[in-house]
Design a protein around this ligand. Structure first.
Ligand SMILES: Nc1ncnc2c1ncn2[C@@H]1O[C@H](COP(=O)(O)OP(=O)(O)OP(=O)(O)O)[C@@H](O)[C@H]1O
Ligand SMILES: [Mg+2]
Length: 97
């Protein structure tokens, strides 16, 4: 969510859905997005895209690596996709038990 705030222009959409077994969190934004090549890399520590460097947003490239490690330790997964809002769409899935 902090990335969506940092990298979007004006729109962010966040959705939570759950049933008895799992929870899914989807975060969409209308920013510059991340290319298909970079989407493979952005979960690596200290990896920042050129667009992020251009924006001087001052990040360190650690948050998504921490997110992926935390989600994996809870037997879940996280993936980055293109957003219908034209920016990035991040999907997190976590089992409840
Ligand atoms: N919503 C987004 N829109 C566009 N690019 C993004 C988005 N979220 C992440 N990125 C890209 O992925 C990179 C890695 O994200 P990550 O959150 O790990 O690091 P950061 O935002 O640069 O720094 P910090 O560790 O302070 O959050 C970012 O530098 C940026 O290039
Ligand atoms: Mg970040």
């Amino acid at each position: 969510m902090r990335n969506a705030l940092r990298y979007s222009y004006t729109r962010i959409a966040i959705a939570f859905s759950t049933d008895n077994r799992d929870i899914t969190i989807v975060i969409n934004d209308d920013g510059l997005g991340v290319s298909a090549e970079d989407r493979e890399q952005i979960f690596r520590t200290f990896y920042r895209t050129d667009k992020a460097h251009d924006r001087e947003s001052g990040g360190t490239g650690l948050d998504l690596a921490i997110v992926e490690a935390a989600v994996n330790q809870h037997c879940g997964w996280v993936k980055a996709q293109d957003s219908l809002l034209c920016g990035l769409r991040l999907v997190l899935w976590l089992p409840l038990h």
